[in-house]
Design a binder for this molecule. Structure first.
Ligand SMILES: Nc1ncnc2c1ncn2[C@@H]1O[C@H](COP(=O)(O)OP(=O)(O)O)[C@@H](O)[C@H]1O
Ligand SMILES: [Mg+2]
Length: 330
């Protein structure tokens, strides 16, 4: 396991910075080191659809994988700490012949880092997305009273009932954090499996491991699919996609799932198709007393987003309609 300091370094490195903003430098660096860092950032900064750059670490920090798992030597040149992180959490996927390489980071968000990996030839796809959870996911806990009530659901829909575990979760002790962490991951992977086999527009899940999962990669190498809020649609296409999203919300409800964080940020768009992503906080409408509120909020955000294309839809009415159609309790 890596310690908090190392995690902080990774967080710092991944904090998205807008293009054109000043690069932050650690205090105490020599002039020469700073110049080297600027050169390196300029050389290695992938600026994609979002215009957000993720500075890579200074060259001096790049270390060849002496600690690599047998043969696993990712070609993405991460910092020493991030590399360790990658080898720890994605190494098992390499050993299981699911991926052959880690090519580049897609995005470091608040709760997860996503990497584009080369898929093993047996997978039948060229790339896979690896989502590695970050300790930042715990921050979500601060505002998650809505999600937490009713317990975190396991893949089979059971809720954690163990008293010690519940107390630990409430107190957010290390033990509690571990449980919650494991549950976020299990929750997301289990839901993806259920929804993908139900035909919903979600990335196909391939494997889950300790702290990470492998799912279908949307986009191309070096060009990950942008989220909807970065895309400008034609009106007719927008109308179709809105309807398709409503259909997906219905499929989710039919499978006891309210996304809970649905918006233009968590819908990927690629060549006319959409994929809904980011499910760790999803709740079961039979277990969570706030599920209807969360559904309404999801729909409000989607309706807000699509209003720019002249689509008029009333989120509350839609929520009531979908809820009723799914025979959910009043
Ligand atoms: N399957 C995927 N294919 C391509 N890009 C992805 C995929 N999954 C996630 N991403 C990218 O990574 C970002 C973070 O993933 P997400 O699941 O939304 O986690 P977070 O909780 O950090 O928002 C997304 O906004 C998207 O840009
Ligand atoms: Mg997200």
């Amino acid at each position: 396991m890596i310690d908090d300091d190392q995690i902080e370094q990774i967080e710092e490195q991944y904090a998205p910075r807008e293009r054109g903003k000043k690069i932050q430098f650690k205090r105490g660096r020599s002039h020469k080191q700073v110049i080297a860092q600027i050169a390196d950032v300029a050389k290695n900064t992938p600026t994609g659809w979002s215009g957000i750059a993720y500075p890579t670490p200074p060259l001096g920090m790049i270390e060849q994988a002496s600690d690599a798992r047998a043969g696993f030597n990712p070609s993405f040149h991460a910092s020493r700490h991030e590399r360790k992180w990658i080898i720890t959490y994605l190494g098992p996927f390499y050993e299981d012949s699911l991926i052959t390489d880690v090519l580049h980071p897609v995005k470091g968000g608040k709760e997860a880092n996503v990497y584009c990996c080369a898929a093993h030839p047996t997978i039948g796809a060229q790339w896979l997305a690896a989502k590695v959870y970050r300790p930042g996911i715990f921050r979500k806990l601060k505002n998650d009273a809505l999600y937490r009530e009713g317990g975190v659901l396991k893949e089979d829909g059971r809720v954690i009932r163990n008293r010690r575990a519940q107390v630990a979760m409430k107190k957010k002790t290390d033990f509690g954090k571990e449980i919650l962490h494991a549950n976020w991951l299990e929750n997301e992977y289990g839901i993806l499996r259920a929804l993908h086999s139900a035909g919903a527009d979600v990335p196909q899940p391939f494997a889950s491991g300790e702290n990470a999962m492998l799912i279908e990669y949307i986009g191309e190498e070096g060009a990950p699919a942008p989220p909807l809020n970065r895309v400008r649609l034609e009106r007719a296409e927008a109308k179709n996609l809105f309807e398709r999203l409503m259909h997906n919300v219905q499929v989710m409800l039919a499978h006891d799932c309210v996304h809970g964080d649905l918006s233009g940020f968590n819908v990927l768009y690629w060549e006319g198709d959409i994929w809904i992503i980011d499910f760790p906080q999803a709740v079961n409408p039979f277990k969570n007393p706030h599920a209807f509120k969360l559904l309404t909020r999801d729909l409000e955000r989607l309706c807000d987003h699509f209003a720019r294309y002249g689509i008029r839809a009333e989120a509350r009415a839609l929520a009531r309609e979908l809820w009723k159609k799914s025979n959910l309790p009043e």
